[in-house]
Ligand binder design. Structure first.
Ligand code: ZN
Length: 131
């Protein structure tokens, strides 16, 4: 059995962003394990993708919440994203919208956080919603 606190991340499939997000969440949010839901350009998908794509992500988030008891979910966008090659301002707008979309799913998460991973692979909080 797994002991410890789980968190959930909707993150890019880009191999450069897995560890920055996992490390930041463990350190800043005091979590032990991060369930990673990956997608190319996830901020674009959650903010305005096709409903089937969004449903797939939502289904995975539900598994993380129900099976692992995750209470915190993060959506992250990042610099130099091949799946979503827009400027930072547009990423940030999508991240903000994604936070609202995820909140509207009405899942048992106490906290929804939108993150930006900058060109130095440092994490910036763009938006957050707490129950
Ligand atoms: Zn990417």
């Amino acid at each position: 059995m797994s002991h410890g606190k789980f968190g959930t991340a909707i993150n890019c499939m880009d191999g450069r962003v897995q560890l920055p997000v996992t490390d930041w969440m463990k350190r800043q949010l005091h979590l032990d394990y991060i369930d990673m839901i990956t997608e190319p350009g996830p901020d674009k998908v959650v903010a305005g993708g096709q409903s089937t794509e969004i449903e797939t992500i939502k289904t995975k988030a539900i598994i993380s919440a129900k099976a692992h008891g995750s209470k915190i979910i993060v959506i992250a966008g990042h610099d130099d994203c091949a799946g979503n090659p827009v400027d930072k301002a547009q990423h940030c707008a999508q991240i903000q919208k994604s936070v609202r979309v995820i909140h509207s799913w009405n899942l048992p998460f106490d906290k929804v956080i939108g993150l930006w991973i900058n060109k130095d692979w440092d994490i910036e909080i763009i938006d957050s919603f707490e129950k």
